[in-house]
Design a protein around this ligand. Sequence first.
Ligand code: MG
Length: 250
Amino acid sequence: MSKIKRLIILDLNGLLIHRVHKSLYVKCKPLFEEQYNLRNLPRPERKGNFAVWLRPNVKEFLEWLLKHFHVAIWSSVLYHNIAPIVEALLPDEHERPRLLFWWNQEHCFTEDNPTAIDPTNTKLFFKRLTSVWDTVDINERWLMNQPSNIDLRDHTLLIDDNKLKVRDNPIHTAIHPRTWKLFELNDDNTDIKIYKDKVLENDGQLMKWLEGLLEWNGTVSEYVEKHPYIDPPLEEIEKEPNNSWSSGWD
Ligand SMILES: [Mg+2]
């Protein structure tokens, strides 16, 4: 077991949550309602302009992470969209300061996106680890109660479904689980596929991979290089069919 309490930086959207803008949610409300009634889909929480679903077992996963690692959240969305989600993930306000930091879009390196079509979405955001490593306060708090002569640069892992976001970082400082989606709507929003997911559960892929990191005595990048993270296959749930028509004819 490594004596070093490493830093795990988590993305939000596509890793811990699935969110849908209210305009799409309202448009597809009948489809969602049908799936809630059939118990194929849990109801989301309403957070600002979004319907938000928390990933199965996410709160227990965070609890476990906080026990074994320093944990931070870094999302490239706006601050006001992150705060209510962090509150939902860690409902106990005494728990929240246990996060080493929770950062938003303002902490990202920004570039113009030359291929942007949507005028409200013309920027690209990058999570540069140098921003973390060069923050004195983060280093100081991370170093508390740790073995001597260690460097945060050797013991930081970003977990983000988006590879582009970590473009500027040293190699093997991140892993990229498949973007988590609780469901997918078809192109004209008339049908829905719902997926099973156990990645954050106790015997799930991510926790197992992180347990290996806990045992590892080298640096994070050495571990990532030697143990590529591999997602389990994507599996759809067997949807409870809507039998209201047939039962009505009996
Ligand atoms: Mg993401």
